[in-house]
Design a protein around this ligand. Structure first.
Ligand SMILES: Nc1ncnc2c1ncn2[C@@H]1O[C@H](COP(=O)(O)OP(=O)(O)OP(=O)(O)O)[C@@H](O)[C@H]1O
Ligand code: SF4
Ligand SMILES: [Mg+2]
Length: 431
């Protein structure tokens, strides 16, 4: 996991208004414990400094199929009909007569090495979905197929074995790190829980992990409160990668950080993804951040996915009225380019008493009588097609204007472009 040092340059991103460090690609390591995987960034495909994702895409991250599923190779994760209903205790005897349908029949899939962005308003169930996937919550119904086995119904040793490959990074590193433990103990905890190595080995591993996330070795003997917000998030990341996971749920990992620190943490996550072939479910409010880090983006509304497509496609051609409203609210950095903001009427309804039919109908400018009765399924839009260019490469965060990390033109992807991605929408009409 030890990596060669990187060189850093700075790049001004006109969208975010931030000057962001961009890191040169390093030779790619294979996934820990999986020597059969091929490196994603090689001398051949790294081009003029642009980290190519083409090889990683070829392993299955390139495409979609089924209900939000990936095309080609078996998806790493497939969520089918997932429900997480929390009982609502009310009245004198605190009887649970109703339930909060935080996640309410949700389908999605994620390929190895892919980042799936997850966006939606506060309370729509993003964190609950993430916690179900890493099995912090036991879902009410549905399946979570991870590496071929169903986690939703797993328990005991079978669940523990799979959990090793699933980790979560939380929004608030203060709350997620036990302030009474040293950083060394926090990072070593998952290793100890899984009975890996002896104390000396774990100490050496902690030093290696701290170095990998950019913290000094002496951080191991200090406490979380002695660190800044960005450093604390690095501690959380070190703990999350300790067991060499396949999938990390990143629940708003940079929302609590200063803008200048956000980019450093995002770049660290991208580097780790390249080096360890990680998959991310990346939850965020900030649509600009999600676009930069995601291969595909899922839009969530009241416990369900309402739109899912490649990141560029969803920004260029949002289909669902809710997605259109979200995209229209992104500030336009160019003052000469005016865009019309779509203002949605009303608040997000309560998941305790969601509207009938399409849950978005009370706020939708296109709603018809059918929408009040019939819930639309997530289906491929007839307007989808290969008109957009496949992403092929992904730049470090902050490098979005068609330049690679050296400031020269973006290199062509080394591998053939993936097939046109599917664009799925949960709406009765092609709007
Ligand atoms: N442990 C819990 N017990 C009961 N209800 C919960 C629990 N966790 C979440 N909820 C409820 O589930 C719904 C979805 O919450 P969740 O935290 O998943 O939303 P979110 O999309 O992550 O919101 P935010 O963007 O604000 O983080 C909310 O109505 C919330 O009150
Ligand atoms: S199904 Fe109807 S209410 Fe729902 S998004 Fe489509 S048009 Fe709007
Ligand atoms: Mg949340």
């Amino acid at each position: 996991m030890q990596s060669p040092p990187t060189t850093q340059q700075h790049h001004f991103n006109p969208r975010s208004g931030m000057t962001l460090p961009t890191t040169q690609p390093r030779p790619r390591a294979t996934h820990p414990g999986d020597s059969s995987r091929s490196p994603v960034v090689t001398a051949g495909n790294a081009g003029a400094g642009a980290p190519s994702r083409a090889a990683g895409k070829a392993s299955g991250a390139s495409a979609t199929g089924g209900a939000g599923a990936t095309r080609g190779a078996e998806p790493l994760l497939e969520v089918r009909g997932l429900k997480m209903h929390f009982p609502v205790r009310e009245g004198l005897f605190l009887r649970a007569s109703r339930s909060n349908r935080a996640v309410d029949g949700l389908d999605l899939a994620l390929a190895s090495g892919e980042t799936l962005g997850l966006v939606g308003e506060s309370g729509c169930g993003k964190s609950t979905l993430g916690k179900c996937i890493v099995r912090l919550y036991r879902p009410t119904a549905g399946e979570i197929i991870f590496q071929g086995s169903d986690l939703a119904h797993a328990s005991g040793a079978a669940l523990k074995a799979q959990r090793r490959h699933l980790q979560m990074i939380f929004q608030d590193p203060v709350e997620s790190l036990n302030s009474r433990h040293t950083v060394g103990d926090i990072v070593a905890e998952p290793l100890a829980i899984h009975g890996l190595g002896d104390a000396a080995w774990r100490q050496a591993k902690v030093r290696e992990l701290l170095d990998r996330v950019g913290l000094p070795a002496n951080a191991a003997t200090r406490f979380p409160f002695e660190f800044s917000g960005g450093q604390r998030q690095r501690i959380g990341i070190a703990r999350a990668i300790a067991l060499g996971p396949r999938l990390i749920v990143c629940d708003e990992p940079v929302s609590a950080l200063d803008v200048s620190i956000q980019s450093q943490v995002l770049n660290l996550l991208l580097e780790l993804q390249r080096d360890m072939q990680l998959s991310y479910l990346f939850i965020a409010h900030n649509l600009a951040v999600v676009k930069h880090v995601s291969d595909r983006i899922a839009i969530m509304y009241l416990g369900k996915i309402v739109e899912l497509a490649e990141a560029d496609e969803i920004y260029r051609r949002p289909r669902h009225p809710y997605t259109r409203a979200l995209i229209s609210a992104i500030p336009e950095p160019d003052p000469l380019r005016k865009k019309q903001r779509i203002v949605l009427q009303g608040d997000v309804p309560s998941p305790i008493d969601p509207p009938s039919g399409c849950a978005f109908h009370p706020r939708c400018p296109h709603a018809t009588d059918r929408c009040k009765i019939e819930a639309p399924a997530l289906r491929e839009t007839s307007l989808a097609g290969g008109a957009h260019a496949p992403k092929g490469t992904r730049q470090n965060y902050g490098n979005s204007e068609g330049e690679n990390d050296n400031g020269s033109s973006r290199a062509a992807p080394a591998a053939p472009p993936p097939p046109a991605a599917r664009h799925q929408v949960a709406c009765h009409y092609d709007l």
